[in-house]
Design a protein around this ligand. Structure first.
Ligand code: ADP
Ligand code: ZN
Ligand code: ZN
Length: 732
């Protein structure tokens, strides 16, 4: 008996058994490859699943097994290495196998549509057509023209035929006469070339030499280099080596906003096929890029988080830029860390992986300092740029206009006089985070979340930044009918309006997710800045993600306090990363930059350390504290979250789970909770969490397996969702 064991895209953490499709011969069955797609019946639907193995028996009785409907791929579209990676992720994250496989495929293929090879559709002569003499079909001049083109070459792409004025109907007529037929033109692989590289400075050369010695062999590296130290130049030169070995390079970047600049830099350097994968693509574009990567036609694959699962033909190098960035962690569904998956992938593929950042995560730093990763440092800015000078503005008792103190306004004023650009950082979009009635104290709250609504004045709306709900701005207080509605707090829209009025002769550009809609927005902004006009750039963390704004002389953080009192144990690490990254936007070309931090707490250790010590030193101190407290990267965490429209079910579920785990967890594991999540109600659902800490990786893995097993054994309750997060990034 042969049983097809499949990963089917459902949230269930198990495989599903099927009989082979009716009529499948034993020899075809024997030739099946793991990773091939099948259409299978599932309940009263049909789903697309992936073959994992052919088993000799099933736990299900023979007559309970249903046959698969059809085999979709004669050969697996995933290379063996990627199958191994999926298998690892299924085990490590204890996630539903079908959802893990789904992450490796573009949408059309997940939906069971036929695989379309890359390349173009084309036409060629049929056998009969080849017998025709040159100058055939003299009485049908347009068909004769097409015939002549097809006689000149083995096949001609549809596009070139169209360009020459040959219409589809002419081609169809030739086909009807049996003279021509459709065919497929595979893309022609070309040899990649690198254009002129920069002469590396001493620090960069040392890093290149160290990596050179390793060659293309399996190894993990952390490149810790201050902002503007020339990390990207090193990436480019390493990629060049990789391409010269005839292999492909996979480059992960944090967000789509980064793509235009990174991409143009790669395009300028390489005469090579570059495939780009990010969420802003249409399904068709994504599938094409995926296919170019898979077949080895693309030399370089650049993408965001999910690109880590892109199949490649010959992986030679993996780079994770800004490796500390939170966007590498998927925060729902299949909760993987693309950085961690990248490191595992390099091990499986037997190639080097390079994690780069000016502000490495404590996890990666720990791995580097303990010798698990090779550690490379760049302490100086490349070229002639120098690090910016950072100082604090004590805003206690100072008068603020739209959040800006007099010394800051003066500094902005001066930059304008010198024709320089300014970047102001305010991590809150909208006009104001609170709307309140001055008569009765009413506050605009979201109906579905434990959160206040943000005032968006331009659109005359109240919006919830957590569930997306939006309502018209009320003209009067809905409680008492009074008209004394006041806004409290600050958002980018408000500061923008103030800046426009205060500096009427300067460009004020607001950069947040409200203004940066559409995929050209960031590219347009960068172009505008490159014209060098004195500009004030005002924005949220969107601005901090590794962009190059070479003309920026002053960077100011309007509300550094907003981030000071996080209750997450990673709060200080994140604050130091964010402030260092914001500060790193200043003075990247030849002018020295300046950074100002506005705060009510100039003596807070985090503020002092920003001014006094570089990130690298701060991070090492924080790491020692973490290790002493047995928090990650020392020890490991697992988070079980529940959410339910009902206020108590989720908590009961987690309490029951905890009860089952009490004696089932390995030694040294501890449970905390169930506790309400920091925002207990979101989008109408009540959320709770149970945190499990484990002393090491091995016991964390055992614990995760028992947790998943115990949770699945608790009978499902209506409306209740739960999830297991291995290595959670947000635990408050
Ligand atoms: P990072 O990626 O570390 O932020 P980049 O590679 O973007 O740094 O380099 C910062 C700036 O320094 C860029 O303008 C780059 O062109 C320039 N640069 C990099 N390496 C060199 C070098 N060896 N000599 C001169 N300029 C360099
Ligand atoms: Zn009121
Ligand atoms: Zn809401």
């Amino acid at each position: 008996m042969s049983v097809l064991r499949l990963a089917v895209p459902t949230p269930l953490r198990r495989y599903f058994d099927y009989l082979p499709p009716a009529g499948m011969t034993p020899s075809r069955l024997a030739g099946l490859e793991p990773g091939s797609r099948f259409t299978v019946p599932f309940g009263n639907r049909e789903l697309t699943g992936w073959l994992v193995e052919i088993a000799g028996s099933s736990e299900l009785a023979g007559d309970a097994l249903r046959p698969a409907v059809a085999l979709l791929d004669e050969h697996s579209l995933l290379p063996e290495n990627l199958l191994a990676l999926c298998e690892w992720a299924i085990h490590y994250y204890h996630h539903a196998p079908g959802e893990v496989f789904a992450a490796a495929f573009p949408a059309r293929l997940r939906q069971g549509k036929p695989h379309r090879p890359a390349g173009e559709s084309a036409w060629r002569l049929s056998e009969r057509g080849q017998g025709l003499p040159a100058g055939g079909l003299p009485r049908a001049p347009r068909q004769a023209q097409a015939l002549a083109m097809l006689q000149a070459e083995p096949s001609v792409s549809q596009q070139r035929l169209a360009d020459a004025g040959v219409t589809n109907s002419v081609l169809r007529e030739l086909a009807n006469k049996g003279l021509a037929e459709r065919c497929h033109l595979a893309p022609t692989p070309r040899r990649p070339h690198s254009r002129q590289a920069m002469a590396l400075n001493a620090e960069q050369s040392a890093v290149m030499r160290a990596l050179d010695d390793i060659g293309g062999r399996c190894s993990s590296h952390l490149l810790e280099g201050v902002t503007g130290s020339g990390k990207t130049e090193i990436y480019l030169q390493l990629i060049d080596c990789c391409l010269q070995r005839g292999q492909q390079a996979l480059v992960l970047i944090p967000e789509i906003g980064l793509t235009p600049q990174t991409l143009s830099r790669f395009r300028a350097r390489f005469d090579a096929e570059i495939a780009v994968l990010h969420s802003g693509l249409t399904d068709a574009e994504r599938e094409r890029a995926w296919e170019l990567a898979r077949t080895g036609v693309a030399h370089i694959v650049i993408g965001t988080r999910s690109a880590v699962f892109t199949p490649l033909d010959a992986t030679g190098l993996i780079i994770v830029d800004e490796e500390h960035d939170l966007s590498y962690k998927q925060q729902d569904g299949f909760r993987y860390s693309a950085r961690d998956v990248a490191v595992k992938r390099a091990q499986i593929e037997g190639c080097p992986v390079l994690l780069g950042s000016a502000t490495p995560s404590l996890e990666s730093l720990h791995n580097a300092l303990s010798g698990r990763y090779h550690h490379h440092r760049l302490r100086e800015r490349a070229g002639r740029a120098s690090m910016p000078a950072i100082s604090v503005i004590d805003i206690r008792r100072q008068e603020l206009e739209a959040g800006l103190s007099a010394p800051l306004l003066e500094a902005v004023e001066q930059c304008g006089e010198q024709g320089e650009q300014v970047l102001l950082f305010l991590n809150r979009r909208g006009f104001a985070p609170t709307l309140q009635c001055h008569d009765c104290g009413w506050i605009a709250q979201c109906n579905a979340c434990d959160a206040r609504l943000t005032v968006h004045r331009r659109r005359r709306q109240l919006r919830c930044h957590h569930c997306g709900a939006a309502a018209a701005l009320p003209p009067r207080c809905p409680d008492c009918g009074g008209d004394a509605l006041l806004t409290a707090g600050l958002g980018t829209e408000q500061t923008e309006a103030f800046l426009q009025q205060r500096f009427p002769d300067r460009n004020v550009l607001r950069v947040d997710s409200d203004t940066m809609q559409g995929r050209e927005a960031m590219a347009e902004l960068i172009e505008q800045l490159q014209q060098g006009e004195p500009t004030i750039l005002l924005g949220t963390q969107m601005l901090t993600k590794g962009h190059h704004f070479p003309g920026i002389a002053l960077v100011a953080v309007i509300d550094a306090d907003g981030m000071l009192f996080s209750s997450d144990f990673r709060g200080e690490e994140r604050l130091a990363q964010l402030l260092t990254q914001v500060a790193g936007r200043a003075g990247r070309a030849e002018m020295p930059g300046r950074v100002l931090l506005q705060t009510h707490y100039p003596d807070h250790p985090a503020m002092l350390s920003m001014v006094e010590e570089p990130y690298g030193d701060r991070a090492r101190a924080l790491l020692r504290e973490r290790v002493a407290a047995a928090l990650p990267p020392a020890g490991q965490l697992l988070m079980i979250r529940s959410d339910c429209p009902d206020a108590t079910t989720g908590e009961q579920f987690l309490a029951q789970l905890r009860g089952k785990l009490e004696r089932a967890l390995p030694a040294g594991c501890r449970c905390v909770g169930p506790l309400p999540s920091p925002m207990q109600r979101r989008a109408g659902r009540f959320r709770f969490q149970l945190l499990v800490s484990a002393p090491d990786r091995r016991s964390a893995q055992v614990a995760a397996r028992r947790i998943a097993g115990a949770a699945e054994a608790i009978p499902a309750r209506r409306g209740l969702n739960w999830s297991l997060d291995v290595d959670p990034q947000e635990v408050v």
